[in-house]
Design a protein around this ligand. Structure first.
Ligand code: ATP
Ligand code: MG
Length: 555
């Protein structure tokens, strides 16, 4: 893919660095999630980039948990993140935690103090905010800015020992309160937080801020290319300033545009709200844009990797149509999914001239994309179920399915003609009576009858009942976060439809959680883990119709 498009800007940078033997030609990237939620499709772009680039240049990638915000972080999230990265098909060289570096980072802070480049500030957070200035107006210096190095070292040590309450003091870098870059206006680098940390427990009550943890961790690991999203571009000068002043390994930061997808939200904070307030079943609800949600929905790792490859990397923000993601999974499932027949809204069909009690076994191709591949056995006999919508009492013009007097082919089986139908006391069609043509058997049709339509069906005596969960977009507007009011006001009330009395061919009895199928004419489905031996539950991954693919062909 990238060969067709030419190298992206990151590939160009790394090629150049390797050519110039920068860092001995070594490439070491990292993926740095904060363990405060589950990974989503946006993260997969960053994962594919960080791991993909390292792989491409014979390098390695570290997994580093950016765990410097104790309140929001949990071990459950750490575990899920690892599982999701592995599932996507990537292996990290090392598993690290920013919290492993707390002692080193503390020492870095002392180095800055000793160089006269950091001070302890007693101002409240409101005071600090109100003296920051604006992009066009300089800020004001704190009255604590000129404390002596000794006093600062002493106070900082006492902050660590827990002598002060949350918010009572902070450590700030001493840079320039008039800098046009707001991040240079004496940024806070340490704060007091008497909170339990999922790994260091109660060992620390001061925690470094993002800007004084991320670059430092990169440097400790000797990361060569620190790739992050564009919102960190304005942090880069500070990233470089700390590295220069601390005289540590010169990791470099490069930014790319984050992935935005329509009809969903991707901020972990918002996803957490959906989970906590029970708008969805959990982080792995198949409507969620999370990796575990997509996995449960039936997405394959290949389809997600391919999607990330197709959207490419750019330095300009844009919104990707979710139709492209669906297109990618369809392409992959088309190649791998076993075809089966499932009737969502069954109505009984009786073949009047088929011998009572006779049963035959037909053969169905498991996947026409794989000619000569496996066949499966499909039982056939006198009583079948077909889809209610494949029958019309008074057929309209160009209705090529079933209605009185009309001919149709039963997939993998015979041509039939509808002779009559019966309605129940409620006026609903309850039985359709047909004649079949024995010489019209699929694969060996000698009947000479021409039909336009082929419909799917299930042999009634061996049909199994299944539940189908049809998922649609979680939101009814393209960008719920940009709308007025609360993003949750824009949830799609019809994002889940449950079909509880569908019938399927007996082949599906053996299916296991995660197995993927194409229900002929209906869509791609996979087995949900809530299935039991009494009832198999299928999640619809995507319908068959590919809106996005069609649009592309037109253009
Ligand atoms: P959120 O805003 O959803 O909470 P985050 O950026 O805080 O996400 P992190 O755990 O810090 O989440 O992200 C880990 C890495 O994944 C970071 O390098 C971040 O830039 C990247 N990332 C997060 N969201 C996206 C996205 N939508 N597209 C590309 N990369 C992303
Ligand atoms: Mg973050």
């Amino acid at each position: 893919m990238s060969a067709e498009k030419g190298p992206n800007f990151l590939e160009e940078i790394i090629t150049e660095d390797v050519k110039n033997n920068k860092h001995e030609g070594r490439v070491l990237t990292r993926f740095p999630p904060e363990p405060n939620g589950y990974l989503h499709i946006g993260h997969s772009k960053s994962i594919c980039l960080n791991f993909g680039l390292a792989r491409q240049f014979g390098g390695k990638t570290n997994l580093r948990f950016d765990d410097t915000n104790p309140e929001a972080e949990e071990t459950e999230y750490v575990e899920s993140i690892k599982e999701d990265i592995k599932w996507l098909g990537f292996e990290w060289a090392n598993e690290f935690y920013a919290s492993d570096y707390f002692e080193k980072i503390y020492e870095f802070a002392r180095v800055l103090i000793k160089k006269g480049l950091a001070y302890v500030d007693d101002s409240t957070s409101e005071q600090i905010a109100s003296t920051k200035g604006t992009p066009t107006e300089p800020g004001r210096e704190s009255p604590f800015r000129n404390r002596t190095m000794e006093e600062n070292l002493d106070l900082f040590e006492r902050m660590r020992k827990g002598e002060f309450k949350d918010g009572e003091k902070v450590l700030r870098a001493k840079i320039d309160m008039a800098s046009p870059n707001m991040h240079f206006r004496d940024p806070i680098i340490y704060r007091i937080k008497h909170s339990y940390h999922h790994r260091t427990k109660n060992e620390w009550c001061i925690y470094p801020m993002y800007d004084f943890a991320h670059g430092q961790s990169d440097s400790i690991e000797k990361i060569t290319h620190s790739i992050c999203t564009l919102e960190f571009e304005v942090h880069r000068p500070l990233y470089e300033w700390f590295i220069e002043k601390l005289e540590i390994f010169p990791s470099r930061q490069y930014e790319f545009a984050r992935l935005n997808l329509n009809y969903t939200v991707m901020s972990k904070r918002k996803l957490l709200q959906l989970v906590n307030e029970k708008y969805v079943e959990g982080w792995d609800d198949p409507r969620m844009p999370t990796i575990c949600g997509l996995r449960r929905r039936g997405y394959t790792p290949e389809s997600i990797r391919n999607f990330c490859e197709l959207i490419g990397v750019a330095r300009r923000e844009n919104i990707i149509d979710v139709g492209l993601l669906e297109h990618c999974v369809r392409e992959d499932l088309n190649k791998i999914a076993t075809r089966v027949m499932v009737v969502m809204d069954p109505v009984k069909l009786i073949i009047s001239n088929y011998p009572e009690g006779k049963e035959e076994t037909l053969a169905g191709e498991n996947n026409p994309e794989n000619p000569g591949g496996e066949l499966r056995e499909i039982p056939f006999g006198k009583e079948l179920f077909i889809e209610m919508e494949d029958f019309m009492e008074t057929p309209v013009k160009k209705f090529f399915r079933l209605g009185p007097g009309l001919f149709v082919r039963l997939k993998h089986a015979y041509i039939i003609r509808c002779d009559s139908f019966i309605k129940n006391e409620l006026g609903i069609i309850s039985e359709i009576h047909c004649t079949y043509f024995p010489e019209s058997k699929s694969g060996n049709d000698k009947s000479g009858i021409a039909v336009k339509g082929v419909i799917h069906w299930v042999f009634a005596p061996q049909a199994i009942r299944v539940e189908m969960r049809l998922y649609d977009r979680l939101f009814k507007v393209e960008n719920p976060s940009a709308e007025e009011g609360d993003f949750k006001d824009y949830l799609n009330p019809a994002s889940l439809e449950i079909i509880s009395n569908a019938v399927a061919e007996p082949f599906l009895k053996k299916s296991k959680t995660g197995d993927k199928f194409q229900f002929i004419r209906k869509g791609y489905f996979c087995v949900d883990y809530e299935s039991s031996s009494e009832k198999i539950i299928f999640n619809r991954t995507v319908p068959l119709k590919d809106g996005w693919g069609k649009e592309q062909k037109k253009n």
